[in-house]
Write a protein that binds this ligand. Structure first.
Ligand SMILES: NC(=O)c1ccc[n+]([C@@H]2O[C@H](COP(=O)([O-])OP(=O)(O)OC[C@H]3O[C@@H](n4cnc5c(N)ncnc54)[C@H](OP(=O)(O)O)[C@@H]3O)[C@@H](O)[C@H]2O)c1
Length: 354
């Protein structure tokens, strides 16, 4: 089997390479980026080809392609990959809301990855962990409302932004004296290093940024609830990897529900795929960096009542996940495992429905 990665040198592309070796050992890798070069990862050297080679008459045909490019380049290369016979998992925003393209979270709605589907969209890195948490609950109770506040890592913005953040972070505090009141004044107040800033790109007339709209619209599509009342507020925090989300939800039904009953659902692997529950309201062990020890699962905890709801049907909880793995590469591999079974069972999509 030949497997292509477009954007192989980027943050998500690099995560895909070892996962592909685990899922389909022996598969031939064809790597593409903006230009041809050799590239080293985990001590192994790979040849990278220029993506425009795919547009030539003798472009390699193959079975499976992962596209980890920005929106404009996905729009350019995905149709060509389909023409060349590849089944495609695209990680950009380009096709996510296209009614003809399934938008899939493995463990939530990966039954949509049928033989007929040739192109599947991978949701945003905040939507994937949120849906893995919400789906087991909504399979038992109808969801009335959903609200999310995200605290997102810098690596979500790609390798260039991450490198700038690391450089500015290294430089920033070394020149600071903690006894001075303006600690942090040496950093750019609009930059990411040492900072919390709105995730405000492409804010439109609705007042919501594109990141916030992705969370809202993708959740509606995945849960098949076009009119679901959902709201999101997103910001970036000075963390390299690991998105963190605070969630408020209200469920329907006549009787009230206890936090313990929700923990029972989320703590049961038969009902809650790829999810690690950290029980108790205090959130012991729940942090963005803890996701680096559990890269292919969502960590969920702090399940407690939302005291604004006297009916006892509203809850607060916290969700965190590695944005590069569970939020991107791992989900893409699990999607493709519905077409080509994975040798490593941890990477096999179970074929779930909501
Ligand atoms: N980072 C995340 O947490 C995350 C999570 C979920 C989804 N996504 C989505 O996944 C996609 C990739 O994100 P990323 O964070 O991996 O980005 P990234 O680190 O910035 O990497 C971008 C990749 O695109 C390639 N590229 C740039 N210009 C190109 C061109 N003209 N032709 C062909 N290839 C080109 C780059 O190759 P060169 O090295 O040659 O420049 C690099 O391999 C984006 O759509 C992003 O929104 C990202």
């Amino acid at each position: 089997m030949r497997i292509c990665i477009l954007g192989a040198t980027g943050l998500v592309g690099r995560e895909l390479i070892p996962l592909i070796h685990r899922a389909w050992p022996g598969a031939e890798l064809a790597l593409f980026a903006s230009r041809a070069r050799a590239f080293e990862l985990d001590g192994q050297r790979y040849a990278v080809r220029a993506a425009p080679d795919l547009e030539s008459g003798d472009a390699p045909r193959g079975e499976l392609a992962f596209v980890a490019l920005d929106d404009a380049h996905s729009a350019r290369y995905v149709p060509r990959l389909l023409e060349l016979g590849y089944r495609v998992v695209d990680k950009s925003n380009t096709f996510r809301l296209d009614p003809a393209v399934p938008l899939v979270v493995a463990g939530v709605n990966d039954a949509l990855v049928t033989d007929e589907a040739r192109l599947v969209a991978n949701p945003n890195c905040t939507t994937i962990p949120l849906m893995l948490t919400i789906a087991p609950i909504v399979r038992r109770r109808p969801l009335e409302t959903l609200a999310v506040a995200s605290y997102q890592a810098i690596s979500g913005a790609g390798i260039g932004t991450l490198d700038e953040f690391l450089d500015a972070s290294r430089a920033g505090y070394t020149s600071e004296d903690r006894d001075q009141l303006r600690l942090g004044a040496g950093f750019d107040p609009a930059g990411y290093a040492a900072n919390t800033v709105p995730h405000s790109g492409k804010t439109d007339d609705s007042g919501y940024s594109s990141e916030e709209r992705k969370l809202m619209h993708e959740s509606r599509k995945i849960l098949a609830r076009a009119a679901l009342p959902v709201s999101a507020q997103c910001c970036r925090v000075a963390v390299a990897v690991g998105h963190y989300e605070q969630v408020w939800l209200t469920v329907g039904g006549e009787d009230d529900l206890s936090p313990g009953a929700i923990e029972a659902v989320l703590g049961d692997p038969a009902q809650s795929a790829f999810l690690r529950l950290l029980p108790g309201a205090a959130g012991d062990g729940l942090s963005a960096l803890a996701t680096l020890q559990h890269r292919d699962e969502v960590l969920v905890g702090r399940i407690r009542r939302d005291l604004r709801d006297p009916r006892g049907r509203s809850f607060c909880l916290t969700v965190t996940a590695d944005n590069l793995r569970l939020g991107a590469a791992t989900n893409a591999v699990r999607i493709a495992s519905r077409w080509f079974a994975a040798a490593d069972l941890a990477l096999q999509g179970p074929g779930s429905s909501v």
